[in-house]
Design a protein around this ligand. Structure first.
Ligand code: GLC
Length: 614
């Protein structure tokens, strides 16, 4: 039995031992932090050290992104510590071949690394349906087609394959996925949205971010994604934007409805660890997104916990009311971390000068600058850019590889939506003859759509791929005679009993596609009529970036399928036409009788519902 004194001593010994044990536990716990926490804290330490050495000019340089075409001289990269370059649509090296892209990247990166502190640049590009600026790259269906597949595993594979091709050329960052859920089909960017249904966009957008960010280049650095355009880009009121552009229009929605309807798809991207988010040109309830602290800081960074960095769109801050100097104050204080300063005449030097002045004059705090630079440097450190910025050419042969084209062909197959079939499909491979007609039948550029090789895309053989006609010829038996005629005129009446007519939209990108009339082209209607008048049954295939006005014509068609913008692997379409695969595509957008009414058309004025497909 212990006496009081002994008891007291014993108590002291036990509590001492307990404390030692607790200290021991704490040491164990802190030493075996989960890997990403430890690497996160290591990165934060490196970033803080670097920032403490940086001059204001170097910080301002890191916040500046320039299109490589508009660099005054390559030494500006190191002189000004420019943080980022981009290739806007069509911003190619002198020769558009994979090796030239890699050489261009390594040339710019080597120059950047000569800046005083050796901070690498981060290079971004719109790889939105494959590494689509690069000749020979695999071109996948645009997002509207991926939406028709509604297959998140496939979207992951498509995005991963895209990043593998992006990484092979050294490039670090794709401005993708677009998380728009477009409601007004008059908008030229409808096809960049997976669906008008934000829930489908949330699901596929998450997979796209995971797929894009799952790839390391041969030098070990990772490719990063960019969720865009934050926020409400596809939900503007037509005609409210600059020159009627929907891009710049006004999205009118309450904060509660914004959070219920449009925020979840971005929250999903953040949960998927998306490293960057691009601000949107449009306004929200009258305030430009690029100017909205409520959106970019209070909501996106503070409430939703986004830890990456926010990039502006192309000259996106220039449209904020006020002069350029005040635009810079408004946008940086709102939460823009890096500005895409582009266009001719070195606007980047003016931007850097004015941003520096604004800080020196106290209109932008050094704290805000340090927050922006910290976010940018954290992304560069955590994606391996400091460790291994220069890339070897070991993986160039993955660009346009057979494996990637097979993934794209599967995506094409699953994107085809059969909407009418009067005992036409599937076609026999042993038909005596088939007539193939229409502007889109043998036109790789048309089937790829915008954002392909050049900003606005192009017509005909713009890259390497398989046209719809090629696919048909490969599918049929040797005894089947395939007769091609673009306008369906120059052949006899009884060549065959079936004609496949491929019609649709010419390529367009962004506001070049804004149209207030969504009728079919008269030329396309004439082609179909030529064939009907000769007694042919017609299977119509529509290449388009959105639903168009077919209600007045479809009764004349014996079968109809929407094939959207399939990209280079056109044989994915004939896989369905000849029954090698069952069609599984479902409409990612409702199809109104009048397409101009968009996704808000009420039930009774729909030709087909969202989700429909035979
Ligand atoms: C464009 C687009 C944006 C793209 C950026 C860079 O204007 O709005 O989606 O990522 O500029 O090309």
């Amino acid at each position: 039995m212990l006496s009081f004194g002994n008891k007291k001593t014993a108590f002291m010994i036990i509590s001492f031992q307990k404390n030692i044990f607790l200290i021991f536990l704490f040491l164990i716990a802190s030493s075996c932090q989960s890997p990403n926490n430890s690497s996160k804290s290591q990165i934060n330490k490196k970033v803080d050290e670097l920032i403490s050495k940086m001059t204001l000019a170097e910080k301002v340089g890191q916040m500046t992104q320039v299109d490589q075409r508009f660099l005054d001289t390559i030494s500006d990269l190191s002189t000004f510590s420019i943080g980022s370059l981009l290739s806007g649509g069509g911003s190619h090296p002198s020769v558009n071949q994979p090796q030239s892209w890699l050489d261009m990247y390594n040339k710019y990166q080597s120059q950047s690394l000569k800046n005083r502190l050796g901070i690498p640049l981060i290079y971004g590009i719109d790889a939105v349906h494959g590494h689509n600026n690069v000749y020979g790259a695999t071109i996948f269906p645009h997002n509207i087609g991926l939406g028709a597949t509604n297959n998140s595993k496939l979207v992951y594979e498509v995005s991963r394959a895209t990043s593998i091709e992006v990484a092979a050329t050294g490039i670090d960052w794709t401005f993708s996925p677009c998380l728009s859920s477009p409601e007004d089909f008059r908008w030229g960017r409808t096809y960049e949205g997976f669906s008008s249904d934000p829930k489908i966009v949330e699901k596929l957008g998450r997979s796209a971010v995971e797929g894009y960010q799952s790839v390391q280049s041969s030098s070990g650095k990772k490719v990063i994604a960019c969720a865009k355009h934050f926020i409400g880009d596809g939900n503007t009121i037509f005609g409210t934007g600059m020159k009627g552009l929907l891009d710049r229009g006004n999205t009118i929605i309450t904060a509660d409805d914004l959070k219920a309807k449009l925020i979840p798809k971005y929250q999903a991207a953040i949960e998927a660890n998306v490293q960057t988010i691009m601000a949107s040109y449009n306004s929200w309830n009258g305030t430009k997104c690029h100017a909205s602290k409520e959106l970019l800081t209070d909501l996106l960074k503070d409430e939703m916990g986004f830890e990456g960095f926010v990039i502006s769109d192309w000259q996106g801050i220039d449209e904020i009311p006020g002069n350029y100097k005040s635009d810079i104050i408004t946008s940086i204080n709102a939460g823009i971390d890096m500005v895409m300063v582009s266009g001719k005449g070195q606007p980047y030097k003016k931007f850097m000068r004015l941003l520096t002045e604004n800080v020196e004059e106290g209109s932008i705090s050094m704290e805000r600058i340090d927050d922006a630079v910290r976010r940018i440097l954290k992304v560069k450190f955590s994606n391996g850019l400091f460790k291994s910025p220069i890339v070897g050419n070991q993986k160039l042969d993955l660009i346009g590889s057979k494996k990637h084209r097979e993934i794209a062909r599967q995506a094409v197959r699953e994107s085809v939506v059969v909407l009418k079939n009067d005992n036409i499909l599937p076609l026999s491979k042993k038909l005596k003859s088939i007539v193939v007609a229409g502007r889109g039948a043998d036109n790789l550029g048309m089937q790829c759509g915008g954002w392909t090789i050049n900003w606005q895309g192009g017509q005909g053989d713009i890259t390497i791929g398989t046209t719809i006609l090629d696919g048909i010829k490969k599918s049929v038996s040797d005894d089947t005679n395939v007769i091609y005629s673009k306008d369906g005129s120059d052949f006899a009446d009884n060549e065959s009993d079936l004609a496949i007519v491929v019609i649709g939209e010419d390529p367009y990108t962004e506001f070049f596609g804004d149209k207030d009339n969504l009728d079919l082209l008269n030329e396309d209607i004439a082609t179909i009529n030529n064939l009907k008048n000769k007694g042919y049954k017609v299977l119509v295939l529509l290449i388009s970036g959105r639903p168009l006005n077919i209600a007045n014509h479809i009764d004349d068609w014996d079968a109809f399928a929407a094939i959207w913008l399939p990209g280079t692997e056109g044989d994915g379409v004939s896989d369905i036409l000849f029954g090698d695969f069952e069609s599984s595509g479902k409409l990612p957008y409702p199809w109104p009788l009048k397409a101009e009414e968009g996704a808000k058309a009420d039930e009774i004025s729909l030709l087909y519902n969202l989700g429909f497909g035979l």
